[in-house]
Ligand binder design. Structure first.
Ligand SMILES: [Zn+2]
Length: 287
């Protein structure tokens, strides 16, 4: 824990209940765009923007919004399986946003979803764009992110950088990987200087550790194959029934891989054996 955070906690501790302290290192769960006082200067009408410049316009159904992280018109869940994204052509197409250790990881914690990773930093440290792209959002969010920047990349992903002390880019601005987009800080729902960093595909958060090795500040892969398993953490904790219609060439092993489950589990749910022959058109319960 950083010294400044410890001092900060000592100072505010008498005013916190035990439960608040438990959440003290967690930000971001409240980061919905529910601001009643949003930063109007951040609004850029979509018609003011040349649609030719929208990265992955087709993939995102021409959605381009300078105020909202989520794009409600997109139903990514229908189309995430089997998506293959070419993340980089070249090594220099990725730039690590901020070197530093993760002090709060992605995932469910205390029944809340932390949709990114928190990277330790000092206020004023430069924050870099991870890939080439166009800034979609640059604004202040009172509920969670503080000053934050969101970039749509040409590779199909969007990245979000929260709690900045300063934003140095504007919506619709083209940025290159490695360009400074702002300075690290502790604005918004935060108890100490850190970068809240998210990776999203069509609005759905992906575990940043899937593609980035934070200990070596490098990208793990140049091509990302997305399956529903990559979005498991954003599904409700109670699983809903999921079915698969068997197609020609399907095997239990391939189906299990595709849905991020195991052959044993599929067999148990369907009362079949791992050696059973699958029929084309057969409906298999996956979850
Ligand atoms: Zn966070």
């Amino acid at each position: 824990m950083r010294l400044s955070l410890i001092i900060g906690l000592l100072f505010i501790a008498p005013f916190l209940k035990a439960q608040d302290l438990e959440f003290a290192d967690i930000d971001g769960e409240g980061e919905f765009e529910t601001d009643s006082f949003y930063d109007e200067s951040a609004f850029v009408a979509w018609w003011d923007f040349d649609h030719e410049l929208i990265p992955c316009a087709d993939m995102y159904d021409n959605s381009w919004d300078s105020l909202n992280v989520n794009l409600p018109n997109l139903n990514a869940r229908d189309s995430i399986d089997g998506i293959c994204l070419k993340l980089t052509e070249d090594d220099c197409d990725y730039f690590h946003p901020c070197p530093g250790v993760i002090n709060s990881d992605y995932g469910w914690r205390h029944y809340r979803m932390h949709k990114g990773v928190d990277i330790d930093l000092e206020t004023g440290d430069p924050i870099y764009a991870a890939f080439d792209g166009v800034v979609r959002i640059s604004k202040y969010n009172y509920g969670g992110f503080g000053h934050y920047v969101m970039i749509r990349h040409y590779n199909g992903l969007e990245t979000l950088y929260g709690h900045l002390s300063e934003r140095m880019v504007q919506p619709n601005q083209t940025v290159r990987a490695g360009e400074i987009i702002g300075l690290g800080g502790s604005t918004g729902r935060s108890t100490g200087p850190h970068l809240h960093f998210e990776v999203r595909y069509k609005g759905l958060p992906i575990n940043p550790n899937t593609i980035i090795a934070f200990d070596s500040s490098s990208l793990k892969m140049d091509t990302l194959n997305l399956t529903v398993a990559d979005f498991k953490a954003v599904s409700p904790p109670k699983t809903q029934a999921v079915y698969h219609r068997v197609r020609s060439g399907d095997t239990l092993w391939a189906i299990s891989r595709r849905y991020g489950t195991t052959v044993t589990r599929i067999c148990r749910l369907n009362g079949i054996r791992s050696t059973s022959t699958l029929r084309v058109g057969q409906r298999l319960r996956i979850r």
